[in-house]
Design a binder for this molecule. Sequence first.
Ligand code: FE
Length: 214
Amino acid sequence: MSKVEPGNSVDMLDASKIKALPPLLYAENALEPVITARTMAVHYWKHHKGYVDNLNKLIVDTDYSDLPLEEIITGTAGRVERAAIFNNAAQIWNHSFYWNSLKPNGGGEPPAALKKMIEGSFESVDACKKELSSAAVSQFGSGWVWLVLDAGKIKVVKTSNADNPLTQNLTPLLTIDVWEHAYYLDYQNRRVDYVNAVIDKLVNWEFALSNAGK
Ligand code: FE
């Protein structure tokens, strides 16, 4: 697994559009101590790769096999008979986006342009972080918490299971995985400690800004 400069997520962005396991842009132990190498290895090689393998089996010889990942997601959302394809496709996209939403020595203050956008949508950057944290903690069961852009405003949304903001016509800026597999080995039931550590120490604000089109 190659190691590149933190914050360089261009390759990963492209990879989020394809039905393959994208390369991790940092070492498996690069997010320690917040996320251990043990959690990274299981999460990436078992869970993320599992979704990739499942999807490729499900779509072989179907109309979906030649479509980009995002079109598979929007084309199967809400269709009960396509739930397995949707779930695996969305989980591939969500995980690729999640790895990009984190970086070693992340967290801290967002870059000035993003800070301005956040302050135009929330009382303060701290208020935005608090809302992100409380949404992550209050998501019942498996899911994701997101910062999204909605008609020029930054908002916090949470989604259940594999669902993601693409299906609601929102622009995702960053995400935190709150499925138990993301934190249970390191934090057991203490989701709040995992989420707050991610926000304080790992979140990749530059990635969020690049998704905002800035
Ligand atoms: Fe996950």
